[in-house]
Design a binder for this molecule. Structure first.
Ligand code: TNX
Length: 490
């Protein structure tokens, strides 16, 4: 039987696909073989079996060191040319092999196989796959999404479900915007009122919430099992009303403001002149850094409109060494480029402002241009959710841009990757966030992973149509954009 043309439907498209003649039929209860001594691969094999069951509805079984198998996972140093995250997926008459120079590459190869299984579909309890060899590696090392859990809070189950999908589309960073004017969302044991007071509010008086340290640790572990690095953000010195409302001493006048449930920005600031501000930040950064195995700490730094530039620089001159002292690499919104930064710091571009002109060559740039990558922007003028300060971002707008060409004065090598932020002023539920993310997030995955030569909107819309059926079968509330030739079952 002919395999359906599933290879053309992979998102993101692999770097190279060679097809052969014929097909391999994967039976139910097929065996996944892994070297028993390689713990990371055993974990990946179990992940494959779990997801094959949930996503593609086929049962596979993991048998470390099995003598015979239909699927084999292995590390192979001879494939070093595929790069740190690359992999080779081979399907021939005898079965499926995913090999990679490092286990992270095997994990991405597994995501490709999961897509192939879901796209091909189970018939008579088996899946027919095309004979092929796929060699693949990402364009950028940072392929991220940001979730704002401060304007509205989302419990761990929602974030975990999102991480399953991020992994499937080969994202490897989840940036959590953990604090803002409207809410503080991470327990800090030395400053408990941050969550008991600051965590109680949300936009429009909606229900607040926060992650206990134990819950945050579980999110980190869940991410690690999916090769995703959590990037925690505590926004400062602005976007801090929730902290200021929790502790009067953080305010220059010693008076705690009320909790805030509106959506204005730029009115709050930590008190730059008070020593207690830096004790507070030492404690917050220290506790959160200790809970975060990933190497990054995001200090926000955006829209500090109530902090004069001179104060902003003095403030950051105190804070940046705290981040470094806790062993973390700095990430900040682009305004941070107004301050001297250590080499290797990461500046996150979001909108047209002047800071980029002065970007030193030894800092890295993370690209999140609002007019393409802000997934909280409305799709069009009648979209029921979202904002439009950066314009309307259609599925095509979010796809048709190139991070390396976007800022003409920045050398391509300075760009570390791409991140799609989801701000949640207007988003209250899991269904709301799904509607804004999907399908645009899939386009961002292509921008972050695939080479520009492999990208083209017409071909992408065809791929998206196939993925629409999958998203629908998984119960995801995605936007059926009219430019995409969705199939009947979505
Ligand atoms: C700007 S982007 C902000 C956020 C808002 C967002 C809404 C950035 C660094 N700051 O505070 O939520 O616009 O799109």
């Amino acid at each position: 039987m002919m395999a359906r043309p599933v290879l053309e439907a992979l998102i993101p498209p692999p770097q190279s696909v060679q097809t052969g003649v014929g097909a391999f039929v994967l039976p139910a209860n097929a065996v996944i073989r892994v070297p028993a001594e390689e713990a990371a691969l055993v974990q990946t094999a179990a992940y494959l079996a779990d997801c094959a069951h949930l996503q593609a509805r086929i049962t596979l079984q993991v048998m470390p060191d099995a003598s015979a198998s239909q699927i084999a996972l292995r590390c192979d140093p001879a494939l070093a040319d595929l790069g740190a995250e690359g992999y080779r997926l081979t399907i021939d008459e005898s079965g499926i092999v995913i090999a990679a120079p490092q286990d992270v590459g095997v994990f991405w190869g597994v995501q490709t196989l999961l897509q192939l299984l879901s796209l091909a579909g189970v018939q008579d309890e088996q899946v027919t796959l095309p004979i092929c060899q796929i060699d693949d590696q990402p364009r950028y090392p940072w392929r991220g999404m940001m979730l704002d859990v401060a304007r509205h809070f989302f419990p761990t189950e929602v974030v975990e479900g999102l991480m399953d999908l991020l992994a499937l589309y080969k994202f490897n960073r989840l940036h959590l915007h953990l604090s803002d004017d409207q809410g503080w969302r991470i327990e800090i044991k030395s400053w408990p009122k941050l969550t008991t007071t600051g965590g109680s509010s949300a936009v429009d008086g909606d229900k607040g919430g926060f992650y206990t340290q134990e819950e945050y640790a579980r999110l980190v572990a869940y991410a690690q099992a999916r090769q995703i690095t959590i990037v925690p953000e505590i926004d400062m010195p602005g976007h801090t009303n929730a902290a200021l409302a929790s502790y009067p001493e953080l305010n220059c006048d010693g008076q705690a403001p009320d909790l805030y449930t509106g959506t204005e920005v730029g009115f709050s600031t930590l008190c730059v002149d008070k020593p207690v501000t830096y004790q507070f930040l030492e404690d917050v950064i220290g506790e959160l850094a200790a809970l975060t195995p990933g190497p990054y700490f995001h200090v926000g730094g955006d829209e500090a409109k109530s902090t004069p530039m001179e104060d902003y620089r003095r403030f950051m001159a105190e804070v940046l060494p705290i981040v470094a002292w806790h062993g973390k690499q700095l990430v900040g919104w682009q305004e941070i480029a107004n301050c001297p930064l250590l080499p290797g710091s990461i500046v996150q571009y979001w909108t047209h402002q002047s800071e980029m002109a002065a970007l030193p060559p030894d800092v890295k740039l993370l690209m999140s241009p609002a007019e393409h990558a802000y997934l909280d922007m409305q799709y069009h003028t009648d979209s029921p959710l979202g904002l439009h300060w950066a314009g309307y971002v259609s599925v095509e707008d979010s796809y048709n841009w190139d991070p390396a060409a976007y800022l003409p004065d920045i050398p391509a090598e300075q760009i570390i990757g791409v991140e799609a932020p989801l701000w949640t002023e207007t988003l209250r539920t899991k269904a709301d966030i799904e509607f804004m993310l999907f399908p645009r997030l899939l386009g961002i995955s292509e921008i972050a992973w695939a080479s520009p030569a492999r990208r083209d909107f017409a071909a992408y819309s065809q791929r998206l149509a196939a993925h629409g059926s999958l998203l629908a079968s998984w119960g995801i509330n995605f936007y059926r954009a009219p430019q995409v030739p969705w199939m009947e079952d979505v």
